[in-house]
Design a protein around this ligand. Structure first.
Ligand code: NDP
Length: 334
């Protein structure tokens, strides 16, 4: 198996030197195990957290360990009654070309439902993140205003489209003219804004004349600064991600705005709730049913950014943290 491992821990932005490529001979699969050929590797922002040796909701990747990640794979050999060669499965095999996996950790992917890569995208972890975080914590109602950034990504694009299905007004924020254009033309957002524009703060205010009822937090940073004063009484903030600070090595410069945030949390009675998608694992069936129907009905569109070959993964991942991807970033491994 060709593997990409964590060579060293990044300080700030990851570099190519933090990754190493190694070739390893895999053992034969044991009882109830399968041999997998990885077809697609999902690249996701959370992987930056796994590169740090810090206490979090999941253990870090050890130095020399294979980089973690969701994968769509083909079964090459099986010692399990549940799988046969040729089956396509969802696995968590990480950044490698082949893997041995326990059958109990695999889920079958039905290739007749669409491109198999969607099992790590709109019909997988990111889609489920949008669905559960928005509907359970955000609870958008008809006529309300929902704001989301990283809005052309797999989470943000689904958030905006589900908000509209629920009758809310969707305001999408992205970086750069092409992405902003796609928000209204491809994903059907009501308004699209560029967070890199020097007038972003005023643009957001104009885009939300009735304030903000749901802010689906994907990024933090200067986007949250612009959102905070516009939040309505009883606004809900599902805290999904804070990508603007994943590469940070220290706190931002002052002034300390925490008292301001807490005052608003109190006086505006804000709901600010963090979540990790697996908290809502019991909703996976409802998610799958609703999302497949919305895709079939054309109510949810998705966009993939496919890079070729495992060796391209480190550079593509570094780019993801800077907004170089346009849509769900996946590596076509084979
Ligand atoms: P995306 O494909 O949207 O990629 C990340 C995007 O973030 C970039 O393309 C870029 O978009 C934007 N971005 C990067 N830096 C900044 C910045 N400084 N300010 C504003 N925007 C920035 O990623 P996903 O859809 O996979 O993930 C979106 C968020 O959801 C992430 O924070 C991720 O960690 C989180 N997440 C959380 C989960 C959970 O269980 N809580 C599960 C899955 C994802 P642009 O060019 O438009 O600025």
């Amino acid at each position: 198996s060709r593997q990409i491992t964590l060579a060293s821990r990044p300080h700030g932005e990851p570099t190519l030197a933090n990754f190493a490529t190694v070739e390893t001979a895999l053992p034969a699969p044991g009882p109830d195990q399968v041999l997998l050929k990885i077809r697609y590797l999902s690249l996701d922002p959370y992987m930056r957290g796994r590169m740090n040796d810090a206490k979090s909701y999941a253990a870090p990747v050890p130095i020399g360990g294979v980089m973690e990640g969701g994968t769509v794979a083909e079964v090459l050999a099986s010692n399990s009654e549940r799988f046969r060669p040729g089956d396509i499965v969802l696995s968590h095999s990480g950044w490698q070309s082949h893997a041995i996996a326990d059958a109990k950790d695999l889920r079958k992917v039905d290739p007749s439902l669409g491109p198999i890569s969607t099992a790590v995208g709109v019909l997988g972890m990111p889609g489920m993140t949008a669905y559960t975080g928005l509907l359970t914590i955000g609870q958008p109602k008809e006529g309300e205003t929902v704001v989301v950034a990283a809005a052309t990504g797999p989470v943000g694009s689904a958030v905006g489209q589900i908000a509209r299905i629920k009758g809310a007004r969707a305001v999408g924020i992205a970086g750069g003219a092409d992405k902003v254009k796609a928000l209204t033309e491809e994903f059907g957002f009501d308004v699209a804004l560029d967070h890199r524009s020097p007038t972003f703060k005023e643009d957001l205010k104009k885009a939300c004349p009735n304030g903000i009822d749901v802010y689906f937090e994907n990024v933090g940073g200067h986007v949250f600064d612009a959102v905070l004063p516009l939040l309505n009484f009883f606004a809900r903030i599902p805290v999904c991600g804070l990508i603007a600070q994943y590469n940070a090595t220290s706190l931002p410069d002052g002034p300390d705005r925490l008292p301001l945030l807490m005052r608003d949390a109190l006086t505006k009675r804000l709901t600010i709730r963090g979540f990790i998608v697996r908290d809502f694992a019991d909703q996976s069936k409802a998610f799958f049913t609703d999302m497949s129907r919305w895709i079939a009905e054309g109510k949810v569109k998705y966009r993939e950014d496919v890079v070729e070959g495992l060796d391209a993964a480190p550079e593509a991942f570094i780019g993801l943290l800077k907004g170089k991807n346009f849509g769900k970033l996946v590596v076509k491994v084979s």
